[in-house]
Design a protein around this ligand. Structure first.
Ligand code: B12
Ligand code: SF4
Length: 457
């Protein structure tokens, strides 16, 4: 076991190398993305999760670095370069649905370069399937759930198996190679106590959508809050955040925006909060502070739900520099909105969209086709709505029952997985019974042809 190599005495500080994987479209393998294979980076903003982890590791005295690997074919070259230069003790990567094969290849390559490097992954998919990731002979540990404190405790315990057993939220292999899954770690009570994300680790990376190369067209991701109390059946966000909403203080959020502006000249932000306006009073306070601090310079994007806004909140967003607000409209069928437990009707969604536009905001809308039990007629209804002039930007996705969402449990009964035409991976395309992949693909293309790019940011 590699951590036994640290048994004599762990060397503090450790050097931790985080892998930023730009292989989103390549890994997704879904036919919907086939033609965009070379266009990967325009979807990527620098990952916030890794930046938060890096900040906490730094706070504990460790050294951190990050390397961008744009495609599975680049693993050997990029990794050996980074490992030669930085000489990491620990290698960390985030795993979303579909990342298991990439992670296995990555860690195998890392162990070939240095068999003593400790490999750990985390993120939503590794959290719901830790045993799958630990099956890979080159994966040493999985951090389940919120990662900052677990990673810190793991680094403190490295080299001492007895201590590893007491690290909540950790799955690892013991000296005999058996998998050990420690109890879950409770969420951090006050997220304001976490160090601000170390976005500077991305300074040398070239994200098309990222902030530090070309900030006029780029934007920085930012998090004002974590978690969402709703229970939509197609959503997997609770695998990390457990339906619990915790927010940063408005002052902290504004401080992070000011730091990005002063240090990097970044004035455009993408809030990744699940429901930006969930807490009405806090939203109004936050908007007031952003407005005052930004003096009209900050432009930003956020996402919310139709039942979490009203005219005053939307006006406050606009006054504070919000350009785009995104609503998950999902479907034009009230029946399907009930299937996915969205807790809203199409009418409610559309009246919120009208309110937002009246407040002067641009509206981006997210839709899903191919939901369980969806009929071809319902798909056409959704496509028609998605193409309507009610929205300034439309995003459409084909539903995939990712492990971690409630609908995944029943997905074998309600539909079937097809083999991806590009990668041959069976799990990436899901088609509800009564539907065909060809019809879904045609609708996807039709809607995509008219959607607009959010150039205003
Ligand atoms: C931004 C984002 C993306 C970006 C990701 C890149 C990026 N730049 O961050 C893009 C657009 C590329 C993307 C793509 C996809 N996404 Co996405 N995405 C998000 C989103 C909105 C925010 C992520 C974020 O920054 N969170 C905030 C940070 C602080 O949290 P975090 O990243 O989870 O990290 C914490 C822990 O997970 C853990 N951790 C994470 N990584 C690691 C690594 C180590 C070493 C350790 C120790 C710990 C650890 O510690 C971190 C700090 O607490 C989330 C929803 C959400 N709010 O989380 C969905 C979400 C993660 N995405 C999801 C999905 C389904 C996808 C896609 C599969 C969609 C698709 N149709 O293909 C693809 C997957 C692509 C792939 N395999 O690479 C699901 C995940 C479900 C699952 N079981 O995987 C989520 C939860 C959305 C949802 N509502 O269901 N996504
Ligand atoms: S889809 Fe949106 S509202 Fe529904 S549970 Fe997920 S984050 Fe919350």
């Amino acid at each position: 076991m590699p951590w036994l190599h640290y048994c004599v005495k762990p060397v503090i500080p450790f050097k931790i190398l985080f892998i930023v994987s730009g292989t989103f479209l390549e890994k997704s393998g879904c036919f919907f993305f086939r033609e965009k294979k070379t266009d990967v980076s325009d979807l990527l903003t620098p990952p916030l999760g890794i930046a938060y982890l890096a900040a906490e590791a730094r706070r504990a005295g460790h050294l951190v670095s990050a390397v961008y690997i744009g495609a599975a074919g680049e693993i050997e070259k990029k990794l050996s370069g980074a490992m030669r230069n930085f000489k990491p003790d620990v290698l960390g990567v985030t795993c979303l649905a579909g990342d298991a094969d990439f992670t296995a290849r990555l860690f195998a390559a890392a162990k070939r370069i240095n068999p003593r490097v400790f490999t750990v992954c985390g993120g939503p998919h590794a959290t719901v399937r830790p045993e799958l990731y630990l099956c890979c002979p080159h994966t040493d540990a999985v951090v389940r759930g919120e990662g900052e404190l677990t990673l810190r405790c793991l680094l403190e315990a490295l080299g001492d198996e007895a201590r590893l057993h007491s690290v909540k939220g950790l799955s690892f292999k013991n000296a005999g190679g058996a998998q050990v899954h420690n109890p879950r770690r409770p969420l951090v009570r006050r997220i304001n106590s976490l160090a601000p994300p170390a976005l500077d680790i991305y300074a040398d990376m070239d994200f098309t959508g990222g902030p530090y190369k070309d900030f006029r067209s780029g934007f920085s991701p930012i998090l004002g809050a974590r978690g969402c109390p709703f229970h939509c059946a197609m959503c997997g966000t609770h695998s990390i955040w457990q339906h619990i909403f915790r927010s940063h203080s408005p002052d902290r959020v504004v401080r992070e925006m000011k730091t990005a502006a002063d240090r990097f000249g970044v004035h455009s932000f993408m809030f990744l909060d699940e429901i930006f306006t969930l807490d009405r009073r806090r939203t109004l306070r936050l908007c007031e502070k952003i407005q005052r601090a930004g003096e009209g310079q900050y432009r930003w994007f956020c996402q919310t739900r139709a039942d979490c806004v009203d005219a005053a909140v939307l006006r406050a967003l606009k006054a504070a520099g919000c350009v785009y607000v995104n609503f998950g409209i999902e479907s034009a069928s009230d029946r399907l909105l009930r299937v996915i437990k969205k807790g809203m009707t199409v009418k409610q969604n559309l009246s919120a969209v009208r309110l937002a536009r009246r407040a002067g905001l641009k509206v981006s809308a997210s839709f899903m086709i191919g939901l369980p039990t969806e009929t071809p007629a319902e798909t056409r209804m959704t496509a028609k709505l998605a193409k309507s002039r009610d929205f300034d930007y439309t995003g459409i996705a084909s539903f995939i029952p990712f492990e971690g969402c409630e609908l995944a449990a029943d997905s074998g009964r309600t539909g079937r997985f097809l083999r991806s035409r590009r990668t041959g991976d069976r799990r990436k395309i899901w088609v509800p019974h009564g539907h065909t992949a060809a019809k879904l693909e045609a609708v996807y293309r039709e809607v995509n042809a008219v959607r607009m790019r959010p150039a205003a940011l």
